[in-house]
Structures are given as C-alpha cells and as structure tokens.
Design a binder for this molecule. Structure first.
Ligand code: MN
Length: 370
C-alpha cells in the first residue's frame, strides 16, 4: 500500500549548463543560485584521488535516495575504496526499504568525519536536506552533488545535477559506468528501487525511453521487478489498513479550491497511528489513495510527526504547481509532488495552503501566502 515517494522532475533546465571542468575546486556558497551541471571528468578525478569517501543522502530517505546511495557505495567498495555511507537523524531505515542490499554498510551519522576528504551527496537539492550531515558536507575538501531536482541551492565543488534525469539513480548508473565498476545484482537492485520510486512505478511523465532502457539493463542482471514492487508498495501491517481507513473516512473534498480544480485532503494525527502502532514512515502510501479522486486536482495529507509537527504531503496532476506552493510555505519538491513541515492546527494549515494553490498559467493574486 505504499506509494511512490516523489514525483519525477518534469521541468527541464533553461540551459543545459555544464560548468567548466578542469579548473581548481572552488567553494561555492550554499545559498547561491541553483545550477545544473554534469562535470563527470572532475568527479572521476576526485573519486580516483580519494582513499576514503563519505556518502550521504537526504533525511528520511526514499527509494531513490537510499537505493542510489547503497548502489554507489557498493560500486565504490568494489573498486577498493573505503566508504562511510549514512544519512542524518533519525537514522532509521524506512520499513519499505529494508530489503535493499548493502544496508549493512551504513554507518551511524555520528561516525561520519566532520571534514571528510571527499563527500558525495545524493538526491539532495541543498545542504539542509542532509540534516545533521550538512556540516560534514559543507566542510568536505571536495563535495560531489548527485541530484536531479530542478531547484535547490548551488552547493558542492563538483555538480552532477541533471533536472532532466528521472531519478538520481539514473545519474548514479552513469557514474558507475564511467568509473568502470561492474553492475552487480545488488547494485542494480538499488538503482531499480530508485528508478521505480521516482517514476511512480514507471507511470509519471518522466518515464522516458531511456528510463525503460535502464530498467531493462537492470533486469538483465537479475533484478526481479515483482520483488522490488512488493517491498516498496504492496505490503503493510494490518494496523496500516486501519489507519488508512480512518484517513479516508476523514477526507474532505473541496470542489471550489485550487481555482475550481478541486482539493481533497485528510489528516493523520499521532494518536491515530499510535493506537495501531504504525510508525510515521509507514504512511507514505496514503496520499496515493487520496490522489485517485477524480474531482480533485490536488491531494493533501497532513501527517503529525512524532515531534508533534505536521508534515504536509501534496500531489497534483499537472494543472497546479504544488512545488511552488510548498516552496512558498517553507518546503519544496517537484511540480506534481511536494511537501513542507509546519506547526499549528491542521485547519489553519490547510487555509494557508489553499491560498497558495492556483491553476498553472494564472497569476499570483496577491502574494497572500504567509
Ligand atoms: Mn530522487
């Protein structure tokens, strides 16, 4: 019952910029303008020169973040590199990702050196996405950023950032190929999990011929698609079904919202899931049930975290840019899938979000978003 974690990027970079390779590594400000870039040569050089490589993906990792990181970690180890792979607290592997090969290689984030020789950040549009590992990332002598988000900050000394890539896994596959590392079954399974996650199981618009070509190569080395899909989406404890039933029963449909395109939303309070012993990370699939609603362009699930904040997941179907709305509210994501975290009463939060939703192509009424 778990859903894909993030939609793909459908916005291409205005210019397929490739920052100059070969120059000396330059520290770039973490808050500078976002830029794409595919500096493969410099990436290979700094990897070749490093004895130990630290890898990090974003906090609360999804299939693309963790699958890509574990695939690259295994490939680098196969090349004889010492690797320290982790992600910022909470250092808990989501239940749906516990099948991924190579997770015995993960290290507690507290053991990551404070200023590594080389760090590789995956699926993270900015240092803040790395949580407690933002410090080591920004202090590393070299930082390779491997990402496919179309927005973010200009961090890293080497950028492997392509907003046209369906998943970070696509870029990691290319990096592994350029490194000359063999594509083993275990590496391929991580990449397939990333590809399947970020294409919504090969349903989103980013599912290009190239995506299927890569999927085909991964199947050729023995990945079983039914195994990965079942682990990612098609299993849950019974308590989850009960929590889902409650969330669906509470769902509200507002046909006039989002410029008349419709909004459907629901909440899952901490008490709702605590009663069924369902952890927060088990709730990702709820939004995929809600977004089926024909009468609503936008689907929203407000989920209370263990800390008592509300994590607001949003999805759209192509006629509203929820990425912009969530960015305006302090979060981020893609045009069709985005999120933010906020405190307060869910009714007030949905009021604020509703004000930020408008059909694509219409102008901002009054910058009324607060
Ligand atoms: Mn991704």
């Amino acid at each position: 019952m778990r859903g894909p974690v993030a939609s793909c990027t459908v916005v291409r970079a205005a210019a397929p910029g490739v920052p100059g390779g070969g120059g000396p590594a330059r520290r770039r400000p973490a808050d500078g303008p976002w830029r794409p870039g595919l500096d493969w040569e410099r990436a290979l050089r700094v990897i070749d020169a490093a004895d130990e490589i630290c890898l990090a993906c974003h906090v609360v990792p999804d299939g693309d973040a963790l699958g890509s990181m574990l695939a690259l970690t295994q490939a680098l180890r196969g090349l004889g590199k010492r690797c320290v792979a982790s992600f910022g607290e909470p250092f808990v592997i989501p239940a749906s990702l516990r099948f991924l090969p190579g997770q015995e290689l993960l290290a507690d984030p507290a053991t990551v050196p404070s200023a590594p020789q080389l760090m590789i950040a995956l699926d993270s549009a900015g240092p803040e996405r790395l949580g407690s590992l933002a410090g080591p990332a920004t202090s590393a002598a070299e930082l390779i950023v491997v990402d496919h988000h179309a927005t973010g900050s200009d961090f890293g000394t080497v950028r492997l950032v392509d907003p046209g890539a369906a998943a970070t896994a696509v870029l990691v596959d290319e990096l592994i190929r350029r490194l000359g590392a063999p594509l083993t079954h275990d590496i391929a399974e991580g990449l397939y999990a990333g590809l399947a996650s970020d294409t919504g199981s090969f349903k989103y618009p980013c599912t290009t011929p190239q995506v299927h070509d890569l999927a085909g190569r991964l199947l050729e080395v023995g990945v079983r698609p039914e195994t990965v899909s079942r682990e990612l989406w098609d299993r849950a404890p019974f308590g989850y079904l009960q929590v889902l039933a409650g969330a669906l029963a509470r769902a509200r449909l507002e046909r006039d919202a989002a410029g008349g395109l419709g909004l459907v939303w629901t909440t899952i309070a901490l008490a709702d899931r605590a009663a069924r012993d369902v952890p927060f990370d088990q709730l990702e699939g709820v939004i995929d049930q809600l977004r089926r609603t024909d009468e609503a362009e936008v689907a929203v699930v407000l989920k209370e975290t263990d800390a008592g904040e509300w994590y607001v997941s949003t999805r759209a179907k192509g006629r509203v840019d929820v990425g912009s709305a969530c960015s305006a509210l302090g979060g981020g994501g893609h045009r069709d899938a985005a999120a933010y975290t906020a405190s307060g009463d869910p009714e007030d939060l949905i009021d604020g979000l509703r004000a930020a939703l408008r059909p694509l192509g219409t102008t901002d009424p009054a910058e009324s978003v607060t």
